[in-house]
Ligand binder design. Structure first.
Ligand SMILES: C=CC1=C(C)c2cc3[nH]c(cc4nc(cc5[nH]c(cc1n2)c(C)c5CCC(=O)O)C(CCC(=O)O)=C4C)c(C)c3C=C
Ligand SMILES: [Fe+2]
Ligand SMILES: [Fe+2]
Length: 384
C-alpha cells in the first residue's frame, strides 16, 4: 500500500482555533495551494492573533565582536570565555585570570588582528558576512521545497543573539525550529553550547516551539566531496604543487578529549575520508590542531609547530585547509593565512597557500542544504 502519512502542519492538516489552547490562539499561515481549511470555531472574540504553522531553520555560528575596538572585543571575549562549555574550570582563579589579565591585554591585541581581516565595506567581521550570506542563500535553496520554511541566522556569542532570532522566528509563526550549529565536527565547546543557549532562551517561554538539532556532518559524503573538489579547484589555481597538505582543525584542551568529547575522533574521520578521496597518504596529508589558548596541553599535533618542522626539514611548498570551519574567520584568515604563512616562509619554506573554507560557495551551500533537508524529514512533505 502506498498511503502517504500526512506530516504535521502539512497540506492535509486540519488544525482549527478550536484545537488551540484557549489563551493562545493561532492564525494559520496562508499557504498557496493549501486546501480549504475549516472555518475557525469557538474562538473568543478577544483572542489576539498569533501566527503559526511555519517551520524555522536557524543556522548558528560561533560569534565575533561587533567592532575592532578594545571595548567591543572585550565584551565578546568576556561572554565567550565565561562559558563553562568553553572554559570548564570557571572557578575563582579563572575569574581572576580572566578579569585581571586576559580581558586587560587580549582585547587590544586581538582587535589589531581583527583589523587585518575586517570587512570594511560592511563594517563587520568576515564570519558575520559569510554566515548572513549562507542564510540568505539557504532561504533561496529551500523555498521551492516547502513554502512554510523560514531561514535565519544567529551567533552564539555577540550579535545577532540566538535569543533574539529564536523570538523573531516564533513571531513569524514558526512553531517548529531546526537548529543548525555550523560545526561539521561535534564538540561540547561549540555544538553543545549552542543547544544550551537555545534551551535557555526557551526556558523563558510559556509556549515553546518544538526544537530539533542537526547532527554533525563530519563524515557525510556530500561534505567530503565538497571539500575534495574545493582542494582540487584551489590547487589547480596555484603556480606550485604542494609537497604536503595540512588539514588544520581548531583545537580543544586534551583534557576535554580525555573526558569523552568526540571532537578528535570526528576530525580524524573527516581527515581520513578526505585523504582517501584525494588519494593522499598521511605523510602528504597531515592532521593538525590550531588556535591553542592558555598553558594546558591541547589536541596534538599543533599546526604552528608542524608548519615550522616541515619548513625546517626541507618542505618548500605547503597548502593548508581548514575543514572544521564552515566559514572563513579570524582563525583561518589571520592565524593560518597570516601567522602560519609567515612561520613557514621564515623557516625555509618558499610557497604557502591557505585554501578558503567552503563558505557560501556552491559546494558549501550544497552541504548545508543537504544537512537541513535531511534533518527536516517528517516536518516537510517528502519529495514527490
Ligand atoms: C579558550 C578556549 C577555546 C576553545 C575550547 C575553543 C574551541 C573552538 N573554537 C572554535 C571556533 C572558533 N574560535 C574562534 C575564536 C576564538 N576561540 C577562542 C577560544 C576557544 N575556542 C578564542 C578566545 C577566540 C577569539 C579570538 C582570540 O582571542 O584568540 C573563531 C573565530 C571567531 C571570529 O570572530 O572570526 C572560531 C570560528 C571551534 C570550532 C572550537 C572547538 C572545536
Ligand atoms: Fe575558538
Ligand atoms: Fe587564533
Amino acid at each position: 500500500m502506498n498511503e502517504r502519512i500526512p506530516t504535521p502542519g502539512s497540506r492535509d492538516e486540519t488544525t482549527t482555533f478550536a484545537d488551540a489552547p484557549p489563551r493562545a490562539p493561532l492564525r494559520p499561515v496562508a499557504r498557496p495551494g493549501a486546501g480549504a481549511r475549516p472555518a475557525p470555531s469557538a474562538r473568543p472574540a478577544d483572542h489576539p492573533p498569533v501566527e503559526h504553522g511555519r517551520i524555522g531553520v536557524l543556522i548558528v555560528n560561533l560569534g565575533t565582536p561587533d567592532a575592532t575596538d578594545p571595548d567591543s572585543v572585550r565584551r565578546y571575549l568576556k561572554q565567550f570565555l565565561s562559558d563553562a562549555r568553553v572554559i570548564e574550570a570557571q572557578g575563582p582563579i579563572w575569574k581572576l585570570v580572566l578579569n585581571g589579565i586576559i580581558l586587560r591585554t587580549r582585547p587590544a591585541q586581538k582587535g589589531r588582528d581583527y583589523e587585518k581581516i575586517w570587512n570594511r565595506e560592511k563594517n563587520e567581521s568576515p564570519l558575520k558576512t559569510i554566515t548572513r550570506s549562507q542564510s540568505e542563500q539557504l532561504a533561496g535553496l529551500v523555498a521551492p521545497v516547502d513554502d512554510r520554511l523560514v531561514v535565519d541566522w544567529a551567533m552564539r556569542y555577540g550579535n545577532p543573539s540566538m535569543e533574539s532570532r529564536l523570538a523573531a522566528l516564533q513571531a513569524r509563526g514558526c512553531d517548529r525550529i531546526l537548529l543548525v550549529p555550523l560545526y561539521p565536527q561535534y564538540a561540547a565547546a561549540t555544538t553543545a553550547t549552542v543547544c544550551d543557549e537555545a534551551f535557555r532562551a526557551l526556558m523563558r517561554l510559556r509556549w515553546q516551539p518544538t526544537l530539533r538539532v542537526a547532527a554533525p556532518w563530519y563524515d557525510d559524503p556530500v561534505y567530503i566531496e565538497a571539500l575534495a573538489r574545493s582542494v582540487e579547484d584551489e590547487l589547480a589555481k596555484l603556480s606550485f604543487t604542494p609537497e604536503v597538505i595540512i588539514a588544520s582543525f581548531h583545537g580543544i584542551p586534551k583534557e576535554y578529549f580525555d573526558k569523552g568529547d568526540p571532537y578528535y575522533c570526528h576530525c580524524a574521520k573527516t581527515h581520513r575520508l578526505l585523504g582517501a578521496r584525494l588519494g593522499l597518504d598521511e605523510t602528504r596529508f597531515r592532521l593538525t590542531f590550531q588556535s591553542r589558548f592558555g598553558r594546558a596541553e591541547w589536541l596534538q599535533p599543533y599546526t604552528d609547530m608542524t608548519v615550522k618542522a616541515l619548513a625546517e626539514s626541507g618542505t618548500k611548498s605547503l597548502a593548508v585547509i581548514t575543514p572544521g570551519f564552515t566559514s572563513d574567520c579570524l582563525e583561518t584568515l589571520e592565524e593560518i593565512a597570516g601567522e602560519n604563512a609567515e612561520i613557514f616562509l621564515h623557516n625555509g619554506g618558499e610557497n604557502f597557500a591557505a585554501i578558503p573554507c567552503l563558505n557560501d560557495s556552491g559546494p558549501g551551500m550544497e552541504v548545508i542544504r543537504t544537512v537541513v533537508l535531511r534533518e527536516l524529514q517528517g516536518w516537510i512533505d517528502p519529495p514527490a
